[in-house]
Design a protein around this ligand. Structure first.
Ligand SMILES: Nc1ncnc2c1ncn2[C@@H]1O[C@H](COP(=O)(O)OP(=O)(O)OP(=O)(O)O)[C@@H](O)[C@H]1O
Ligand SMILES: [Mg+2]
Length: 250
């Protein structure tokens, strides 16, 4: 077990992913920062992995933000959320960086210079990380406002010499051109044994074998589908041995 993790259960079938994320934490703790974008379809388990990472990152200061559809048109909204815990350090930044960040966060009027915002953000993070390694988690990155996405990509490319790990999660297929050049991991559906294990854990009653097979086929290893389909299959599908496969929604 790597030193940077507490003992939290690995999400079903995600050992490879958690190993990669653990390695990112271990490297960051040694001052070799890095970034990773988790990509995958809705319900595949991106937020679950972020939560696992967050709950196991002992010794790290965790800073979090998430994209939100209704804030996509608000420049720097997500960056503002991420940096909120460290804005008390603004006063220690060089004036141009401080001014750019104050402008970006609506504390001063004018247009924020994106480069100075990036450098200022990096300054805040490195100052903070000098005291304690830093884990930055950004969920739902497909809904980041573009100014924040650019700033986060800027940060991701500059943490290599800092004790900073940055992990973003984004739905596959959504347009996030700012993040395209960053290291990425594509989450696939769970394999058959893991899908069966998750389905079994999600069930509260016996399940007809034909219904089980139908759910497994429908879900294609998607954890959300595996958790939700038994509920929507209806009570008829749950009564061991008596269900019709047709009771599972198409
Ligand atoms: N490996 C796993 N083991 C057990 N449960 C899982 C696993 N992955 C995901 N789940 C469960 O599946 C559901 C969907 O997972 P999650 O919210 O992480 O998906 P997501 O990829 O973040 O989806 P979205 O794109 O909609 O945000 C949750 O209820 C979660 O608890
Ligand atoms: Mg999610």
């Amino acid at each position: 077990m790597p030193a940077t993790r507490t003992d939290t259960a690995v999400p079903i079938g995600r050992h490879d992913e958690t190993r990669r994320l653990d390695a990112l934490l271990d490297e960051a703790r040694r001052g070799r920062g890095g970034a990773l974008v988790l990509r995958g379809e809705p319900g595949i388990g991106k937020s679950t992995l972020l939560e696992h990472l967050r709950s196991g990152a002992s010794g790290f200061l965790v800073m979090e933000a998430s994209g939100a559809e209704f804030e996509m048109e608000l420049p720097f909204a997500a960056l503002h959320q991420l940096l909120a815990p460290v804005t008390g350090r603004l006063a220690g930044l060089p004036v141009p960086h401080r001014t750019a960040l104050r402008t970006a966060f609506g504390l001063d009027t004018g247009a924020a210079d994106p480069f100075l915002v990036g450098v200022g953000s990096l300054g805040l993070l490195t100052e903070t990380a000098a005291e304690r390694p830093l884990l930055c988690l950004v969920d739902d990155a497909q809904w980041l406002d573009r100014a924040s996405a650019k700033a986060l990509a800027f940060l991701a490319r500059r943490v290599a010499a800092e004790p900073i790990a940055l992990v973003l999660a984004a739905r596959e297929g959504s347009a996030t051109p700012e993040l395209d050049g960053l290291p990425a991991h594509h989450l696939r559906g769970l394999g058959d044994a893991d899908a069966r294990a998750l389905l079994g854990a999600a069930l509260r009653a016996p399940l007809d074998d034909r219904v089980r097979d139908r759910i497994l086929a429908e879900a294609r290893g998607n954890p959300l589908a595996l958790v939700e389909l038994p509920r929507t299959a209806g009570l008829a599908g749950m009564a061991g041995g008596f269900a019709q496969p047709d009771s599972v929604p198409a």
